[in-house]
Write a protein that binds this ligand. Structure first.
Ligand code: NG1
Ligand code: ZN
Length: 662
């Protein structure tokens, strides 16, 4: 009764708050924060049900019949993050993570959506009773004398002012349901000793980044997914240590490779590595959010790992939670959609003479910058030309292609080396492909297909779609949304390949393993991607892209160790087609339906022919013109995307398309 009361005493989920239906969008439930109280209580209860459902799958019948003398404790963790990512401060959201750190699958989303919207208390009672009485899991556990189950729900939140309140409501729902379940557990069990066989706890990690929460969930389930060379602790500290160490190890390898004079067996090599690497400062716009502290911790961890090497790239975190409203005129979404530098860090310098940041040519002296978003899972890079101008801009497509470029070179060298060696067993080179969405720049897609000659898959918007496509299709699945949200997933075959390559290396070069260790396997992660890009740019400045350089040569030239600049990265691979994204507010965006990869509008029927007409070279003279529209899954707007050969044409096409929508 107390749960039902709790459920219905909260603000009702009805039209009285302006919303008649809560949908699970591109990345979870995301609404104006003031309509989310009741939703949070429900999500708390439902996430415990989902956790128990997953536990059912893990506790197989065979494990219950195992030895009756040894006690088997099965643990399982899932997670919930309270954040509205790149949205402005007035929004909040909640997204759930599965045991492997991945996003929910459609059937779980449907379950959640059905029950958060259910306003009939009798239906709810039935759900709770069903979960209580027919839980196969509990019966199985109770029948076994040796098995017990320890379940954890990990909760984290961003820095929004209402995240604490919403998190409390979520915990209230979850804890009330846990108490109810555990109470019924002890009343059902025949002996006192069995009363604690199912234990469910809520771990509140308070303010952290979305990728940290996913890291904690994934690594709390260590037996499920991970290769032997990845063994981090499932804590915030464990997260920081994991990526700081992986980055340092890769950089040390690079330095060793570039410094042919260094004795690779010399234990002091780490003390010398700095001598042949360029020093840089990376200025990080933290969107006035949670990423700020995380970058600071990462910086400290890198400094503590190896002082001499740590000086190579100074991580200069800016725009913390105290510096301005979240995502307001700063952060990756601002930079990506408006092609403008973030505002706040200029304001922070207002006490100094503003000219301090300009060099003799009047240009800004911020050559190497990046912006992350409100929960630190997206990142874009840029250089700052002037107050209102970017010199370079590098998005998720550029990151994906940088990764593919370096990996492809490395793999082809590995292949050549193996063909030249006496080893008669041909090695299987892992397969690699790139996953994009319709928002990927046309030039990027063409470059992958035509120059890199790698397969490209285009999925619906939302990393959950890209992630699954990457896992299902490739040993190395590189997926990035253009907005800078992405990661790389590696298969078991890749893991075996990486271990074999490591064993065969005469030099200290753990590139393949190192790369895997530096990349968050669960979700797009701004901090990992930041370190990864920094490492890759350095590796491209090093002869022969890694340790192989040192193998054949006895002299090292100083030019071989200077890193690629943002400009190199922006121009040496491919040039973006000018593009424009617009938001259009419409009465009801749900009437718009798109095809499976969202590049074509299917409904209303009149829209697509008009868009085709706008894109048509013959009628409008727009070269390389492409545009599409789709309803946003995180904001109450329709998104318009257009690209063309010139900026003017891209803007023109975007305008025409938004008029069609309007
Ligand atoms: P919507 O609002 O559905 O377009 C946006 C991003 C997604 C994803 C989610 C989650 C674009 C065009 N869309 O989704 O890629 O990141 O937010 O944050 O960038
Ligand atoms: Zn985000």
């Amino acid at each position: 009764e107390s749960i039902i009361e709790l459920l219905f005493q909260q603000q009702p989920l009805s039209s009285s708050n302006g919303l008649s239906y809560y949908n699970y969008g591109t990345a979870g439930f995301r609404f104006k924060a003031n309509v989310m109280d009741g939703l949070m209580v429900r999500v708390g209860i439902l996430s415990i049900i989902l956790l128990l459902k997953q536990a059912e799958e893990v506790v197989s019948p065979t494990s219950t019949t195992a030895s009756t003398t040894t006690s088997i404790i099965t643990t399982l963790s899932t997670g919930i993050m309270i954040t509205a990512s790149h949205n402005d401060e007035s929004y909040n959201g909640v997204k759930l993570a599965n045991p492997d750190g991945s996003m929910l699958v459609p059937i779980q989303e449907e379950f959640l959506t059905k029950w958060v919207n259910e306003s009939n208390s009798e239906e709810w009672k039935q759900l709770l009773i069903n979960e209580k009485l027919v839980f196969k899991l509990k019966n199985r556990i109770l029948q076994s004398s040796s098995l017990s189950l320890s379940l954890s729900l990990h909760i984290g939140r961003d820095t929004r002012s209402h995240s604490f309140h919403l998190s409390n409501l979520l915990c209230l729902g979850a804890q009330t349901f846990i108490d109810y379940l555990l109470l019924s557990q002890s009343s059902q069990s025949s002996s006192q000793s069995k009363s604690n066989k199912v234990n469910i706890i809520i771990c509140d990690h308070e303010v952290l980044t979305t990728p940290m929460l996913h890291h904690i969930v994934l690594h709390s389930n260590p037996t499920l997914y991970l290769p032997s060379y990845i063994t981090p602790k499932p804590t915030r500290k464990g997260y920081i240590e994991t990526y700081a160490t992986a980055y340092i190890d890769l950089c040390v390898d690079l330095c060793v490779a570039a410094n042919a004079n260094a004795d690779v067996n010399n234990a002091n090599v780490n003390a010398n590595v700095n001598t042949n690497q360029q020093q840089t400062v990376l200025r990080i716009d933290s969107a006035c959010g949670v990423g700020y502290d995380a970058v600071k911790e990462l910086e400290n961890a890198i400094l503590n790992t190896n002082t001499s090497l740590a000086l190579i790239t100074t991580l200069n975190a800016q725009n913390g939670p105290q510096d301005g409203p979240l995502n307001d005129s700063c952060g990756s979404d601002h930079v990506k959609t408006l092609f403008l530098p973030p505002t706040w860090w200029k304001q922070m310098n207002k006490d100094n003479n503003d000219n301090d940041n300009q060099n003799d040519n009047g240009n800004y002296s911020f050559p190497y910058c990046c912006s992350i978003d409100g929960d630190a899972d997206r990142i874009v890079f840029f250089g700052q030309q002037s107050k209102n101008e970017l010199s370079e801009f590098l998005d998720g497509d550029k990151i994906a292609i940088l990764i593919a470029h370096v990996l492809q070179e490395k793999l082809s060298k590995t292949k050549t080396n193996s063909n030249n060696s006496n080893n008669s067993i041909a090695i299987a080179i892992p397969t690699m492909g790139i996953i994009q969405t319709a928002y990927a720049n046309g030039a990027a897609t063409n470059y992958v297909r035509d120059v890199l000659q790698l397969p490209v898959i285009i999925t619906k918007t939302g990393v959950k779609h890209l992630h699954h496509a990457a896992v299902e299709n490739f040993d190395i699945g590189i997926y990035f949304e253009a907005n800078g949200h992405g990661t790389v997933v590696f298969s078991k075959q890749y893991e075996q390949f990486a271990i074999r390559q490591q064993q065969q290396q005469q030099l200290k070069d753990s590139f393949y393993i190192g790369l895997h260790r530096l990349i968050n396997p669960a979700v797009g992660d701004a901090l990992c991607d930041m370190l990864l890009v920094d490492y890759l740019l350095r590796s491209l400045g090093t002869n022969d892209n890694g340790a192989a350089a040192a193998a054949g040569s006895s002299s090292s030239s100083s030019s071989s160790s200077s890193s690629w600049t943002l400009q190199d990265w922006n121009t040496k691979l491919y040039q973006d087609l000018p593009n424009r994204m617009l938001k259009v507010k419409v009465k009801d965006r749900t009437i718009i339906k798109c095809n499976s990869n969202e590049s074509i509008c299917l409904q209303p029927l009149t829209v697509q022919p008009l868009l085709e007409n706008a894109m048509n070279v013959a009628t409008n003279g727009i070269e390389n013109g492409r545009c599409f529209i789709r309803p946003s899954g995180t904001e109450d707007i329709v998104r318009v995307y257009a690209e063309a050969k010139t900026r003017t044409d891209a803007d023109k096409l975007a305008l025409i398309a938004s008029q069609i929508v309007y």
